[in-house]
Design a protein around this ligand. Sequence first.
Ligand code: BYC
Length: 327
Amino acid sequence: MTGTTEVTEDDEAELRAHFEATVAADRRVEPRDWMPDGYRATLVRQIAQHAHSEIIGMQPEGDWITRAPSLRRKAILFAKVQDEAGHGLYLYGAAETLGADRDELTRRLLSGRQKYSSIFNYPTLTFADVGVIGWLVDGAAICNQVPLCRSSYGPYARAMVRVCKEESFHQRQGYELLWTMMRGTPAQRELVRDAVDRWWWPSLMMFGPPDAASPNSARSMAWRIKRHSNDELRQRFVDMTVPQAERLGVTLPDPELAWNEERGHYDFGTPDFAELARVIGGDGPCNAERLARRTAAHEDGAWVRAAASAHAARRAARERAGAEVAG
Ligand code: BYC
């Protein structure tokens, strides 16, 4: 309800019942529908964090565009990093449908009040990291995001459909790069081994804290924003990735990794969740660098935003004048 329309307690109870029934029936909540404040706030938090991750996520791989080993690899990497910018745009757009202001979201990111994925606070030391990010990081992103295509909020769910299609392509390109390196020289295989060792555990941490320590999961799952818990998705990722590692011929750095016939899943070790908390809290290897770079890019882009706003204002004025003449 917007404007001056007064909402009585009875109206609100009816709207709430309609919202609960929509969610329970797996129908979509749309921007103009009534929704509880907590639902809206949870979505803005998650979608903004997701959008920020896409934009900050351009940095670690972007570092290798000028140093890609061939024109083909450079073109692929360029396209992939550009896709991430597109994902950020869809997601900021989805957040705006909830009434969020994009400038404000950016301010919150730059001031550290809103988070982005922990994974992008690790450095990309060699070109093998580009392959491993595609394979493991995009692989984890797909596991997490495919169920979000069925999220209860329409604009978020629809944005996820396209994001997931592109992420699947990214994952394949990462796997193909590693496949090529694993069939290359011993030095190339060593680069892959080193990169897998460094990225495996941070990739498992992308799914968030364990369920017992996840303050938002229960509420988000009841609202069908999230469809699975952090631990369920982490397990799904391990189950999906181990056979791929075997095909590739790489060893994942976890001595506890073993098929458990009884559970029908792989057992695996516990990620260092204290490290995850430190990285989320701002104390990861590259947090300061990532935010400094994003801040500089934002400041450098001020003239583009000013020019775009002036252009949009002139166009709107022309359209208004045209409408008056036509009227
Ligand atoms: N990193 O109660 P929990 C990508 C925070 S983009 C940082 O479990 P929730 C890609 C969490 O926000 C990857 N923070 O939270 C892009 C919460 O803090 P607040 C991004 C994390 O929301 C470019 C607190 O810890 N994907 O893949 O129920 C190139 C407690 O956690 C992390 C998405 O954003 C983390 N890893 O569940 C390549 C997907 N984990 O906000 C790839 C959408 C937790 O209460 N997001 N936190 O202060 C989600 O699915 C959920 O938000 C999460 C966390 C599973 C991440």
